[in-house]
Design a protein around this ligand. Sequence first.
Ligand code: SF4
Length: 199
Amino acid sequence: MSLEDLEASCLQCQRCDLAKERKHVVVSRGQPSARLMVIGEAPGADEDAQGRPFVGRSGRLLDASLTEVGLDQEDDIYICNLIKCRPPGNRRPTPVELKACRPWLDRQILEVNPEVLLILGATASASLLESRTPISRLRGQWTQWKGRFVMPSFHPSYLLRNPSREPGKPRSLFIADLTQVKDALNGVVSGLTPDSSDR
Ligand code: SF4
């Protein structure tokens, strides 16, 4: 299945109850052959209305932060979410919804085949990495998943609630994490060599 076919099929998905109230299925934005895939939690109201991920305030903060470290979101990056339809009231996705939607994400990762995954927020990190470690401890630490570099970090919505740029605060830590991602894409990562044969 090509990425185009995958996205067309995803737009018709009725696998879970989130299909009932959505305005749009929110599949992705960015480049289909990107070396970096950014994975958030789920669409919010703006994303549901427009059918594109990270287009509200969180998305603007994400884009500005990526630009700040020199990552061009139109050239280098494919952006998507763990869950493709908006949970009512922006609640966390349930385990049933996560399980139902996961094959779409797994297929996206296979088709885009990025070298680096940037995972935003506790829910996405816990689900993808199957970890109970708090995001405050996971973030900033390289790990691997199926032969790819993985960098967990804060979700931009959390940064909107914690806007200080002082050193050690979440916003500056987020920039530090993105800088590590940029360095990894430039081949400047030591001590970690993902085995691409796992992909
Ligand atoms: S959230 Fe995922 S599994 Fe549920 S209906 Fe939307 S695309 Fe399908």
